[in-house]
Design a protein around this ligand. Structure first.
Ligand code: PGA
Length: 256
């Protein structure tokens, strides 16, 4: 299985800055057959970046997409409208769930819409600090994972990616708040176990499971070395082209 290094730019960079960043990254980046590099710019930048990008080096992802294809949904942009621009689409990021009120039902419909439109959803799941404190991590992960995938047919299981992002470990610089490899391994094991139980060993093994939450060049090696971790979803550190490129190089070394 490939290792996925995905940069989530969130609501950062103007269109011009996005293009400049991509230019810098394309100059630096080396292509490795076993590493899939993906960046998720803002929706505004997807059209120009789709013309600029060299897809052999970097794939594009959207950060969200609506599940209806067309219609009276003011302000939304559908999976069918972005399908020619991107290969991937992040769905159910915790900021969408917790700040923008996205429900498991929305997430499930969006995952299905992204697959229906020929892209790969990167389904994000993860518990909040409160849920973890209350011992609810297993239930939350199970609910978010299985409901997120409930409209995915078994033939489409090779078209999805799961990203475990504990909400409490996102965007922190405090060492005490960062997830340790042991914390992460426990949940990655749970995710792999749930996938195997639901879809059978053979199909479950096709599904990459990534980790995300304050990944930096300094901790990428430790996270990528966790058994069952098939890549990284990176926010803040992906905004710095040299650091993002360093993480790609670390992935190459860890997988060598
Ligand atoms: P972070 O963001 O790397 O800045 O913690 C990760 C994410 O939210 O996808």
């Amino acid at each position: 299985m490939k290792t996925y290094i995905v940069g989530n730019w969130k609501m950062n960079f103007t269109v011009g800055e996005s293009s400049l960043y991509l230019h810098k990254l394309l100059q630096r980046i080396k292509t490795y057959r076993d590493i899939e590099v993906v960046v998720a710019p803002s929706l505004m930048a997807l059209q120009p970046l789709s013309l600029q990008v060299d897809r052999r080096k970097i794939k594009l992802s959207a950060q969200n997409a609506y599940f209806q294809d067309f219609g009276a949904y003011t302000g939304e942009v559908s999976a069918s409208q972005i399908r020619s621009l991107v290969d991937y689409c992040i769905i159910g990021h915790s900021e969408r769930r917790h700040i923008l009120g996205e429900t498991n039902k929305d997430v499930r419909q969006k995952v299905a819409a992204v697959i229906r439109n020929g892209m790969t959803p990167i389904l994000c799941i993860g518990e909040t600090a409160e849920e973890r404190k209350n011992g609810e991590t297993t239930d939350i992960i199970r609910d978010q994972l299985l409901s997120g995938l409930s409209e995915v047919s078994s033939e489409d299981l090779d078209k999805i990616i799961i990203a475990y992002e504990p909400v409490w470990a996102i965007s922190t610089t405090k060492a005490a708040k960062m997830a340790t490899p042991d914390d992460i391994k426990e949940v990655l094991d749970l995710i792999h176990k749930l996938l195997k139980k639901t879809y059978g060993e053979e199909d479950a093994e096709k599904i990459p499971v990534l980790y995300g939450g304050s990944v930096k060049a300094t901790n990428a090696e430790a996270y990528l070395s966790i058994p069952g971790c098939n890549g990284l979803l990176i926010g803040g550190a992906s905004l710095i082209a040299p650091e993002f490129n360093d993480i790609i190089e670390i992935a190459k070394q860890v997988r060598a």
